[in-house]
Structure formats: C-alpha cells, structure tokens
Design a protein around this ligand. Structure first.
Ligand code: G6P
Length: 729
C-alpha cells in the first residue's frame, strides 16, 4: 500500500536524554504515545522526528552531536528546543494551555500570548526539520497536541505531501474549544492534513462540530472539502502490542520479580494504580475512594494493599508540583491513620517502571484501578488486561477514558463518584474467578485483534485512500494545458455561449445573501465579456428577477432568474418560461415561517415561483436538525403536487418540478450553432445545466466535489481570472 517511508513526527522522541553530573543518559520516554508508537514504527521503514527531551542551550556542541548521532542510529532525528522554548512552548502552551483545556480543566488553563508565539515558532522549527529530510513518496504522520499547526505549515511548503495527524488526547466539545483565543488558527493548522484521527467517535464529533461552527468547514460523513482538498476525519482507537505484553508474563525475569512482589504482599489482595503523575488521572480522588473503601469495609483492613505508582511527569509545571505534594501528604495520612505494624495500606512509588517490573506488577495484581477524570485513550487499562493470561484479575475503568468504549466488560465507573469506586473495589475483590475469566477473555480477544500495528496500518491505509480520492478530483482540475486549449478554442470560435451561475461562481459565498452584489471589477468584466459581438452571455441564477436586474441589468448579458422560471433575453423584457401554478405557496409558507422562528439566524425568501429557507447564518448543528424536520414536514404536503423540495448551499428550496437550469439552458443551446460553450456553476442546481451540454462544451465546477462538469477550478476568483484572460484576447 505505502510506497515511501513513514516519517513519524511527535514532540517527544521515544527516547529521552537526561544529563546527570557530566554524563548523558538515554532512557525510554513515558506516556502512551511513546510506548504505543514505538512498536508501530518498527513495522514500517520509518524515521522518527522529535525532541530528545533536553534543553539545547544547557549542553555543549559535542554533547549535542553525541545525542544526534546516537539517536540517528535508532532512526530518530532531533529537533532541539532551547530552554526558553521548553518554558514557553512545552510547559507553557502545550501543558498550561492545551492540555488542561482539552481535558476539561478550564480553571487550570493559562492564556498567554508569549506561549502562543513560542508554539508557532516551534511548529515552524518542526516544519523546517521535516522539509530537510522528506522525500516525495513519504507519508508524514504527525502526532498530538504539541504540533497542531504543523499540518498546514507543511502543506504550504509541500502541497502534494501525504500528511496524517493523530490526536492522542481528547478533542473537547465546542463549548470548551471555543474558549481558546487561537481556536481558528489551530483548526486551520489541523485542516492542512489529509487525514485527522482521534481515539473515539466522540472526539470526532466534537472536532467536526468545531470545524463547522468556527471554520465554516461542513462535512459529509466525516469528509470535509477545504479549498481543493478533501480532508477525512475518523476514529482509530489505538491498540497495544498485545503479544509483547501477554508473552512477557512467562519471561523468567518477570517471573522472578513477580514472585518477590507476591512474597512481600503475602496473602493480601493487591490493587494497582499506575499513571504519569498528572491531575487528569484522578489519582487523588482514587486514593480518597480507597480510603473510604477501607473505612466502610473494616473486614478488609490488613487484607488488601494498594500499590500506587506515580511516574514523574512535567515536573517543571507548578500544577504538577502541587499535585505531588498533595498526593504524598494524602498517602502519608492514609498510611498513618489506617496502617498497623505489619500492614501498610498504600505502597507508594514515585518512579518510572521498566518493562519487566511493569509486567510483573500487572500480572501480580488482583485488581487495577484506572480512574482518570479524562483521558484520550489510556493504554495502562489495555496492558493490564493483556497480561491476565490465566484469566484472573479485574479492571475497574473510568467511563471518561477513551478505552472505556472498547473495554465494556470492565467495571465501569464515574471517576467523580467516590461511592461508585468504593463499590467497584468491593465487587472486584469478590468477583468469582469464572466471571473474571469470562470478562477478560472477551476483552483480550478484542485487544489481540485490534493491535497497535493494525491501528497504524488502518490509519495509513485510510490516508492512502484519501490521497486516491484527491487524485481522482485533481484529474479534473483545469490544468494549464487544458486552460490553454480552452483559450485557443475561444479565439478560433465565432459563436460563443457563456452560461454562468452567479452566487458561489462569480462571487464568493457571503454571510448575508443580500450583500452579494457584484463588485466594480466584476461589473466591468461582465460588461466587457457580453459586449463582444461574438459572445452571448447568460447569467443563470436562482435569485429573483428584481435583484438580478438591479445588479446586472446594465450589462449586455441575458438573465435567467429563479433557476429558469423567468428569462430576460438581451434587449427584451422578463417573461415566464411556461405557465406555472403558485397556489401551493399559501400552504407551505407558514411551515417555513414556523421553522424560521424556531431557528435563529435563518429566514424565508419568497420568489415569484418558489419559497426558500436560508440557514447560512444559523447554528450549523441546529440547522441540520431543522433541515431534516422541515424537509419531512414539507414533503407531506407536496406529495401529490408538481412541487419539488431541493437542497442547495445552505438553503432548502421548494419550487415547481419543471423549472430547472437545465431546461432554461436548453433554450439557449437551441438558439444557434455555438462553436464554443463555457458553463460554470458551483452547486447542485448547476448540475442540471452541466448534464444537458454537448460533450465539447467546457463545463466548469467552481470548488471541489462530485460533479458532472468536465473541469474544476478552485474558487470564484480563479474562474474570474480565466474570464478576464478571455476578455483580453
Ligand atoms: C500524553 C501525551 C503524549 C506525551 C505523554 C507524556 O500521553 O498524549 O503526547 O508525550 O503524555 O508527556 P510529556 O509531557 O512527558 O511528553
């Protein structure tokens, strides 16, 4: 499927460098992204581009070289960050702005322009590092919230590149996202990708909703069209390297650590809790719940131990320092109040666990308590289940973790509900072995199927499919040679017909329909085009005749209003194309008015032979709901009439079935033996016109998407440039 290499791009490389005294130490990075992706990268011929975790200005040039060379051997390319970047970009914008906001902690969120400037600067530095190494067939896969501007930054340098983006944290609901002062820029940055992936469908929904409301990027089944590109948005729940975790349980080293741990715990039950020390993980709330459990169930005092591992993380950020203090105080309190000589209720470790120790702990534990307040996915939950090869062990999982949508057989809890966690701990400790096994087997078979390799392949295959769709669309692009041919045929021809739609075709789409009048330049362009003796210009619009007259009456163009209900040939008066009935309007109008009142920002337009409900200024989600209801309501009344209900760009139009731009255009086609025809339009109503044109005609769709037109141009602006060229020749 893939032809080129895979360039994995993330803020942190899978290896982090620390300097102790005078020596550099290379150690595995913590967190789901590094753990998960390491095994995914191995399956492809890949290069990893990212930050090695150390401040560039705190090390010497030879040390920098040593880091680059050592990591290069592991297929990693370094992007070095200065101490200032680490402060303002990493600790600042990434971990004091985006991280808390996207995890629904608005009160922890800091909005600081200095951080934003650093975010832009570092994203640009990543762009430059990629541009240096990328080859044309490479797939560029960008990861996580640190690099949300990078897709668009790369796109402007490498328009044809294959760019995927994956967010490993939640994408928040619109209500949260809209708080961000730089929300537009972030969306624009992400939309530079070809494929945007999230862990769950909820995050997809939230992203699409923000894209529609903030960036006016509407989607159809998760596919957005922005400019000349199709962008696909979808859910890909990240998996784990299942065999590695399940297989390690019998590793002699692991067995040894497990036996020692078991011996130390004695015949007590063990509950484990392992996370990066982060306020989103709900560690304090979890410990409080464990304390409550002990107080409500005195029979378990002395019989159960909580092994609480907190992996050091973002230690330079104040909220994390504060959390550590709070946690350590609480551990002390619980142990002091409840412990006895010979029983310490909470074993607290503040350290990074190497792989073998981690597996030993997972497999030794009876219960895992994974109760984040919010978590993009949470791979700890999946890893724990994978190590339960004998089927024994119970997972308690927060419904706020992305993993909860796949691990429904766990005991699912609301992480803010302490009593629910208390009850879950009791249920878990007393769950019959058969039930534990049954639940684990179901989860294991799912995890063994959708592994991290499958996840990676799935994402990259979808990216390749998006590219194919884009190629199909770009085949129709009015390329330079096609354009030159068009101009040359125009020059040779003697009888030329122009059928031009107005809104979205000659002028861009504007928020207020009444403000879409022609600018000076367009007025002169149409006048010049229509005044050429060999040219017949017809403006073929859905607009009413008065407004067309007002805007374009002083040109030599013929006008077609209301999609062909009215025509005004050059030099004559308006006439109705055929006798049309209008009595249906009195029934339909009140329905449209009712929907308009119930949908702020929408309005009803009455034309001579049609009624239109406009919703371009309404909230997009409400509008799409109302649109369905309204369509059904109107269809009930129009069933036995010659009336059709049509959906266009942000409108629902009810009109006589016989009226179409196709019919109107036929009239002009029949008028003469044209040796050059150019028809242009942007929406579904123009398709009727494209479909009746002879094969030799130049039909041009403005914008991208499926169409009967032979060619596409990107925008109204591009079409106008073409017309300007014709006028000049
Ligand atoms: C989460 C993020 C990762 C990040 C990891 C560790 O899992 O999604 O992108 O790398 O935390 O955080 P750190 O700040 O140490 O990179």
């Amino acid at each position: 499927m893939m032809i080129g290499r895979l360039l994995i791009v993330s803020n942190r490389l899978p290896v982090s460098v620390v300097k102790r005294v005078n020596d550099l130490h290379f150690q595995p990075s913590a967190g789901g992204l590094a753990t998960g992706l390491s095994s995914c990268g191995e399956a492809h011929q890949s290069q990893w581009i990212g930050w090695p975790g150390i401040a560039a200005d705190k090390i010497s040039q030879p040390e920098k070289r040593q880091i680059s060379n050592t990591l290069k051997k592991q297929n990693c390319r370094c992007v070095f960050l200065s101490a200032k970047d680490i402060q303002d970009f990493y600790r600042g914008f990434c971990n004091k702005t985006i991280w808390p906001l996207f995890h629904y902690f608005p009160l922890y969120t800091v909005y600081e322009d200095r951080y934003w400037q650093a975010y832009k600067r570092v994203n640009e530095a990543f762009r430059d590092a990629i541009v240096k190494v990328v080859e044309p067939d490479d797939y560029i896969w960008i990861h996580d919230y640190h690099l949300m501007l990078l897709p668009e930054l790369l796109r402007s340098k490498l328009p044809k590149a294959q760019i995927g983006f994956f967010l490993h944290i939640p994408f928040p609901s619109f209500e949260m996202f809209r708080l961000l002062p730089w929300r537009k820029e972030i969306l624009k940055g992400l939309l530079g990708s070809d494929l945007i992936g999230f862990h769950t469908y909820d995050y997809v929904r939230h992203f699409l909703s923000s894209a529609a409301r903030i960036a006016a990027a509407e989607h159809s089944m998760g596919t957005l069209v922005t400019g000349n590109r199709v962008v696909k948005v979808d859910a890909f729940p990240m998996g784990i390297d299942y065999d590695r975790y399940a297989g390690a349980v019998e590793d002699p080293k692991v067995k040894k650590i497990r036996t020692t741990t078991r011996k130390k715990v004695g015949d007590r039950k063990t509950v484990i809790s392992i996370d990066r020390l982060d306020y989103t993980k709900g560690i304090i709330q979890r410990l409080e719940a464990f304390d409550l459990f002990l107080s409500q169930n005195p029979e378990y005092n002395g019989k159960v131990t909580l092994i609480l591992v907190a992996v050091p993380s973002r230690t330079g950020v104040e909220d994390y320092k504060e959390l550590r203090k709070q946690l350590e105080w609480l551990v002390g309190r619980v142990n002091g109040e409840r412990g006895t000589i010979g029983w310490v209720p909470v074993w607290y470790l503040y350290c990074f666990l190497p792989f073998e120790k981690l597996i030993a702990l997972y497999s030794a534990a009876d219960v895992a308590l994974v109760t984040p307040l919010r978590d993009g996915m949470n791979l700890i939950a999946k890893e724990f289940v994978a190590t339960k090869t004998d089927g024994k062990g119970v997972l308690i999982l927060s419904e706020m973790a992305g993993a909860a949508s796949e691990l429904g057989e766990a005991i699912i809890v609301n992480a803010n509900n302490k009593q629910e966690i208390v009850d879950a701990i009791k249920e878990a400790l007393e769950m019959p072995i058969e039930e534990q096994t049954e639940r684990n087997r179901l989860m294991q078979s799912r995890l063994a199927r959708y592994t991290v390799t499958r996840w990676g392949n799935d994402f990259l295959e979808t990216l390749s499919d998006v590219k194919k769709t884009q190629e199909k669309l770009s085949v129709r692009k009015l390329t330079k040679p096609n354009r030159a041919k068009l101009v040359s045929e125009y020059n040779k021809s003697k009888k030329r017909l122009f059928l031009l739609d107005y809104d979205g075709t000659l002028v861009g789409f504007v928020g207020q329909p009444e403000k879409a009048g022609p600018d000076k330049k367009l007025g002169s362009l149409l006048k010049a085009l229509a005044s050429k003796p060999k040219n017949e210009v017809v403006i073929i619009s859905g607009r009413g005749k008065e407004i067309l007259n007002h805007w374009l009456g002083d040109t030599d163009a013929s006008l077609i209003a209301e999609h062909g209900a009215w025509i005004k040939e050059k030099g004559s008066d308006w006439q109705v194309i055929e006798p049309l009935l209008n009595d249906w309007k009195d029934t339909i109008r009140p329905i449209l008015e009712l929907y308009s009142d119930r949908t702020p920002g929408s309005c009803v337009e009455e034309k001579d032979f049609s009624l239109v409900w406009h919703y371009r200024r309404a909230d997009s989600e409400l509008a799409s709901l109302r649109l369905q209801e309204l369509r059904d309501a109107v269809l009930n009344f129009t069933e036995n009439l010659d009336i059709g209900v049509f959906e266009g760009s942000k409108i629902l139009e009810i009109k006589n079935i016989g009226v179409s731009k196709g019919h109107a255009a036929e009239r002009w086609l029949a008028k003469s033996k044209w040796d050059f025809i150019l028809a242009a339009g942007d929406d579904y109503t123009d398709e009727d016109m494209f479909s009746i044109l002879p094969e030799t005609a130049y039909s041009v769709k403005v914008g991208y998407g499926i169409s009967k037109a032979r060619f596409n141009v990107e925008s109204a602006c591009e079409l106008r440039l073409l017309l300007e060229e014709l006028v000049k020749t």
